[in-house]
Design a protein around this ligand. Structure first.
Ligand SMILES: CC(C)(COP(=O)(O)OP(=O)(O)OC[C@H]1O[C@@H](n2cnc3c(N)ncnc32)[C@H](O)[C@@H]1OP(=O)(O)O)[C@@H](O)C(=O)NCCC(=O)NCCS
Length: 158
């Protein structure tokens, strides 16, 4: 069971989402947080896609994908699901939406980095076909290592 929630409403973020994105970021990450200025830049950027799963008074989940001109590998820069909404398939749905966006932009692969001490995220990525390709020492602000994962996007798996 992949745990997708096909009914989850996922859309691109707009500047009106800034406050709620910041609230989700602050509640989710202790280090390497995306600042308000960075969120603003990513939302406006042609080389990034910010996806959100909006709820009544908050944003339940968000994903950021980065693109580089002439590169066909997309990078999942961030994925966050609010603690209240975890384990219901929302992370998987955001990941699928990020992959669909990357395919639409002509990318043939997605790569990402994840903390080696983050079993929930590692489980999600591995179940969805991501392969571990490298260990990056001291990748994070607090000195934690990352695993780098990658997945070919040549076919639709969701
Ligand atoms: C990682 C995260 C995005 C997962 O979101 P989610 O909405 O709970 O994920 P889903 O419900 O779609 O998927 C759950 C999957 O995650 C994995 N998972 C969840 N909790 C887990 C845990 N404690 N241990 C191991 N795997 C776990 C399972 O593989 C599960 O797969 P299944 O669908 O086959 O059961 C979410 O926990 C989160 O935002 N965490 C904090 C921020 C973070 O770590 N982001 C990733 C940075 S790389």
């Amino acid at each position: 069971m992949l745990g997708t929630r096909p009914s989850a409403k996922i859309r691109r973020a707009g500047l009106a989402d800034l406050d709620r994105l910041l609230a989700l970021e602050e509640a989710t990450f202790d280090v390497d947080r995306i600042s308000r200025d960075q969120w603003r830049r990513h939302i406006r950027s042609d080389s990034a896609t910010v996806l959100v799963a909006p709820a009544a008074r908050r944003i339940d989940a968000a994903a950021v994908v980065f693109y580089r001109r002439h590169a066909r590998v997309a990078r999942l820069y961030s994925l966050a699901v609010g603690a209240h909404a975890r384990g219901t398939g929302l992370g998987g749905a955001l990941l699928a939406a990020a992959e669909a966006d990357a395919r639409k932009r002509g990318c043939h692969a997605m790569r990402l980095e994840v903390r080696v001490d983050n079993p929930a995220a590692i489980g999600l990525y591995e179940r969805r076909g991501y392969a571990r390709i490298a260990r990056l020492p001291q990748f994070y602000e607090d000195g934690a290592d990352a695993w780098r994962y990658a997945k070919a996007l040549t076919r639709v798996t969701q």
